[in-house]
Ligand binder design. Structure first.
Ligand code: ACO
Length: 330
């Protein structure tokens, strides 16, 4: 089947909690130092949601900004996809909560979970609905409040994460512009490297689970690190190949923001100069599925992208999952 139209990003918006948690603040909580965190991760500070702030609150804010930018109203949305590992509650879906609060009465809505790769999975699903002509406007949100599933006594993880949200609106475009390619992957055998054990049907969140801190994120950092370096470069090349483009045509790489050393290693493997790689983890840490869209939305808002620019969005996360999309900016 030859598709006659493409799917392009026509609106964007981000929402960050007001509270800033610095490395020096963390020095007061666990046995760590600003120097260790800066040199081993590149993170200087991160945002932390207020106790009253849930995923849907940040998602709603980002979504409203994205709709405004796209110059469409909520009634014009056909579908809402929220990528998150920290929904407001197990059910109903956070996508349904924001569907209601936006007044998007004609939209279907669902949550999608692919760890930190969630936003790229959502973008890929939304793209197909728009390209096929099934829908005209799809809202995709990447939001995570990782601070709620972080063990603030565990220095191996608590220095890494932050909270945030960002949204994009997809709309129809010419076939040769917008999201040009999709590459998604998974390897469930790596599930043990990054997980939250309790709160699901295998291990309900009872007193015993709480006593052992099983509601928190556990991670085998070095294993994830090795996987990430390999997959970021491989996924970028595969997505470019599927778009029929080469590395020399890339205007900006927008990688998942887990560790500056992972980003640098991938960048060097791809032989890209630092100016072509967007980085926000120094200010926000790893915001899981929000990291890539926040970087995209902030750069778009700053007027950094020109029509025709080629962006590669690439990420990895729990699952293990990974993905990349090539986007020709309109
Ligand atoms: N402060 C001080 N020391 C620390 C800290 C800290 N915050 N954390 C760990 N250390 C110590 C360790 O205990 C260890 O000490 P030891 O040698 O005495 O045992 C030492 O530092 C080195 O530990 P490593 O784990 O080998 O440190 P490494 O250089 O690998 O950095 C890190 C750890 C930052 C976690 C790195 O492995 C990493 O970034 N991994 C990838 C993380 C990632 O990408 N996560 C993705 C999450 S995606 C999602 O879905 C949420």
């Amino acid at each position: 089947m030859v598709l006659k139209r493409g799917a392009a990003i026509i609106g964007w918006g981000s929402a960050l909690p007001a509270k800033v948690l610095t490395n020096h603040d963390l020095e007061q909580r666990v046995d760590t130092s600003d120097e260790w965190i800066r040199t081993r991760t590149g993170i200087l500070e991160r945002r932390i949601a207020a106790p009253t702030e849930a995923a849907s609150d940040l998602a709603l804010q980002a979504a409203r900004t994205a709709l405004k930018k796209a110059a469409i109203c909520a009634q014009q949305l056909d579908l809402i996809i929220v990528a998150t590992v920290t929904p407001d509650m197990i059910f109903p879906a956070t996508a349904c909560l924001i569907q209601n609060r936006l007044g998007a009465s004609l939209a279907g809505a669902f949550d999608l979970e692919a760890g930190c790769t969630g936003f790229l999975y959502g973008l890929s699903v939304g793209r197909e609905f728009v390209r096929s002509g099934t829908y005209n406007h799809v809202l995709i949100v990447g939001v995570d409040i990782l601070s709620r599933i972080t063990d603030w006594q565990d220095r191996n993880t608590c220095v890494l994460f932050g909270d945030g949200a960002a949204a994009v609106v997809l709309g129809p475009s010419q076939a040769e512009e917008g999201i040009l390619s999709t590459y998604l992957g998974s390897d469930g055998s790596g599930g043990e490297f990054l997980y939250v054990a309790a709160g699901g049907s295998r291990l309900p969140l009872d007193n015993e689970a709480l006593k052992h801190g099983l509601q928190y994120t556990r991670m085998k950092g070095p294993e994830v690190f090795k996987f990430a370096v390999r997959i970021m470069a491989d996924a970028t090349l595969e997505a470019l190949n599927r778009a029929g483009l080469g590395l020399e045509e890339v205007s900006y790489l927008i990688p998942h923001q887990a560790n500056q050393r992972i980003i640098d290693a991938a960048r060097k493997r791809l032989k890209l100069s630092p100016e072509r790689v967007l980085v926000n983890l120094d200010r926000y840490g790893n915001m899981s599925s929000a990291s890539i869209p926040v970087a995209l939305a902030e750069a778009a808002e700053a007027g950094q992208f020109q029509p025709g620019d080629v962006l590669v969005l690439v990420g990895f996360g729990a699952g293990l999952t990974w993905g990349a999309n090539v986007v020709k900016w309109i």
